[in-house]
Ligand binder design. Structure first.
Ligand SMILES: O=C[C@H](O)COP(=O)(O)O
Length: 249
């Protein structure tokens, strides 16, 4: 069975109730490719608003979750609380959290395990910095990030993971990876799935690309055999997000 195209919109720390309502209403009233799975990720404060407004076909993702079930963890949100708010997805391991908030591979892997154990699906973000790419360490870095998750997850749990390859140097910079650069890393990730998890994961786990995806470059990226969709930042706040969702039609 072919992998379903997946487009995520990560609003990051942008928007207030009024603008987020506008974005969701625009998506609700737009013709979206029925073969594409769409998941939007507003700031935590607006998850319930977004879930109540969005068409049920549109998934909603938190931008973070904690690895412990409850307790004295000021500022954190648990898996149970997300499920209680009818949220089914969470973004974990985004480079902004890895780099700015110093989240480690191991912590990210534990959060991924906790999320999936608790019934969430995970957009698991990986990617190299410019320095790492220039040192030819791209595959080494993404392999290290994936290996940390593989230590925590059972083979079956990979069915609940969408891997987002987001080269850090392409995020919010306007410097999109070329189709060849994206395809090369996506193919390596797929090979890793086959070697480390199993052939089922290799065939079925979706690997999406993130980093300056726009309505202008999405169609060419979408032609690549191992690019199963996108994780979109800046452009997900704009009406052009609809064109990215519809990149395959
Ligand atoms: O999560 C999304 C990525 O960080 C990409 O962000 P961007 O599309 O603004 O470059």
């Amino acid at each position: 069975m072919p992998r379903q195209f997946f487009v995520g919109g990560n609003f990051k720390m942008n928007g207030v109730a009024e603008s987020i309502t506008g974005i969701v209403n625009n998506l609700n009233s737009s013709k979206l490719d029925p073969n594409t799975e769409v998941v939007i990720s507003p700031p935590a404060l607006y998850l319930t608003l977004t879930r109540s407004l969005a068409d049920p076909k549109i998934g909603v993702a938190a931008q973070n979750v904690f690895d412990k079930p409850n307790g004295a963890f000021t500022g954190e949100i648990s898996v149970e609380q997300l499920k209680d708010a009818k949220i089914d997805w969470v973004v974990i391991g985004h480079s902004e959290r890895r780099v700015i908030l110093k989240e480690t591979d191991e912590f990210i892997a534990r959060k991924t395990k906790a999320a999936i154990d608790g019934g969430l699906s995970v957009i698991f973000c990986i990617g190299e910095t410019l320095e790492e790419r220039e040192a030819n360490k791209t595959i080494e870095v993404v392999t290290r990030q994936l290996n940390a998750a593989a230590k925590e997850l059972s083979k079956e749990q990979w069915a609940k993971v969408v891997i987002a390859y987001e080269p850090v140097w392409a995020i919010g910079t306007g410097k999109v990876a070329t189709t060849e650069q994206a395809q090369e890393v996506h193919a390596a990730i797929r090979e890793w799935l086959g070697k480390t998890i199993d052939s089922h994961a290799q065939e079925t786990v979706r690997v999406i690309y993130g980093g300056s995806v726009s309505e202008k470059n999405c169609r060419e990226l979408a032609t690549q055999p191992d690019v199963d969709g996108f994780l979109v930042g800046g452009a997900s706040l704009k009406p052009a997000f609809v064109d990215i969702v519809n990149a395959r039609i």
